[in-house]
Structure formats: structure tokens, C-alpha cells
Design a protein around this ligand. Sequence first.
Ligand SMILES: C[S@@+](CC[C@H](N)C(=O)[O-])C[C@H]1O[C@@H](n2cnc3c(N)ncnc32)[C@H](O)[C@@H]1O
Length: 268
Amino acid sequence: MNPDQAGGVFTAARQEFARWSARLWRPLGEIATGLARPMPGEHVLDACCGAGASAIPAALAVGPSGAVDAVDVAEGLLAEGRREAAALAVPQLRFLQADVLTWDGGPYDLVQCCYGVFFFPDMDAGAARLIGLLRPGGRFAVTTWLAGGMADLVPIGRAAAAPERPELAEAPRDPGPSARIDTPDKLREWLSTLGLHGVTVHLARFTQPLQPDDWWTFLLGSSMRGFVAGLPDDALHRVRSRFLDALARDGRDTLDASTIVGIGHRPA
Ligand SMILES: C[S@@+](CC[C@H](N)C(=O)[O-])C[C@H]1O[C@@H](n2cnc3c(N)ncnc32)[C@H](O)[C@@H]1O
């Protein structure tokens, strides 16, 4: 997804994304930040920060002597993050609208990126650029979905929308870059290939029981929203029915958001 598309899709998704913050994004952001361990006084870049799920815990961890640049293309999600942060008195946290692939702040002690690298048009080049913003010895922390969980929903969402959007049926069905980093071994190998040292990888099992209405809100609050962008209400209704029917046929009553967090150091 190019940065303009990501900005449009996630800004449109603002309301539904925010409804998932407390149940999904924020607890996962706290897990990721707990593993990346920002320390008091550190300078952190939270790349693809969304509504601040990991940027807010990072800002609390670095404290007033540190700084967190939270960068995202989606102004709608940044507005949610600013709204939440306002209640916390964290002046060390700045929400900034930018394509993080052209961001030139730093040098940072820690660059963290939760569920963002697989949106980059070139995942390897994008990650290398983020690593280049670290001071020597700084940490790069990448959070991604475990195989067999979240990513399995995308083809179901695409198939539900395809009858309304023929271009979706024609699009190539390759699994996309997330499949290159969807196991602990693959993520470790990828981070090592990027030249990082001392790579550690952690697996966090995370599931949520779901009702049918939750599934639809989830689709509208995620990148799958791009499948239904611009459809009129009657077409949306048909996509919703197909999506929920397919999930019911699969016997899915749980959202599996199990996650892998990989951390490596830029060589000193
Ligand atoms: C699945 S959301 C995750 C948001 C957040 N990290 C979290 O865990 O809640 C992915 C985010 O990546 C952002 N994004 C994708 N490509 C980007 C880019 N090139 N520059 C900045 N943000 C980007 C999207 O706008 C979206 O907010």
C-alpha cells in the first residue's frame, strides 16, 4: 500500500479503529513497548503510530526527560492519539503527520514499528531507512502478526468484497510481505538480514472472543476497509453478509491477534 492510500484508508477507518483501541491495539502496543523497553530520557520514533497504542506507553516510559516522535500518514488516527494523550500530560510525545519513509528526525535510541512495515511499498528498503535513523547501538523493534491469525482474514474480506469490486478479483493473490515475517524464525532471520545484531524474538498469544457485529467493525477499522471504500450502502450490506457468512462457515468465533515482536541493535 503506498503511503497516500494508507493515509486515506486509515483516516476513513478512524471511528471503527478507535472502537478497537482498548480491546486490541492498546494492549498489544503495551506488550510491544514492554519488550522494546524504552528507558527514561531516551528518544524514540514510533513509526506508523496510528492512534498511539505503543507511542503513549513509550512516552510514559521515557518520561519528561525523553521524547517520542509518533509519526503516521493517517491524520484521522493521529487525531485520536492526540485526544487520548491530552488527558495524560505527556508533553514529551508529539504526534506528527508524515510518510515515515521520508521522515528524517533522530538519531533515535529506539525505533519501534507495530504492524506497519508490511504496508511499505518495499518492506526491506523501508525498514533499512528506519534503521538508518537510529544512533549506533540503538534498537529497532518490529511487531507483526503470527501466521494463522489476523492475516487469514484478509482473503476472506477480499472475497466478500470482490463481487462489488471486480478489480479485487483480478488483483494478484500473492500473500504479501507480511508472510515473509509471520513466524518467530522468519522475523529473526529478516532482522538479521537487515544487519541488526543481538536479535531477540518474542511470541505473544492474544485472542478476543467475537460477536458477528464485532467482525464487521473490525473490517471497517482495519486495512480491509480499502476493499469497500466508496461502495454505496446496499453494496456494503451485501459485503457484510458475505463476510459474516464466510466466517460462520469457518466456525470462527475468536479473533486471533497473536503477535511476534522482534528486536535488534544497529551495529555500534
Ligand atoms: C495496522 S495500523 C497500526 C497502527 C499502530 N501502530 C497500532 O499498533 O495501533 C498501520 C498504520 O500504518 C500507517 N502507515 C502505513 N504506511 C505508512 C507510512 N509510509 N508512513 C506513516 N504511516 C504509515 C497507517 O496509516 C496505519 O495507521
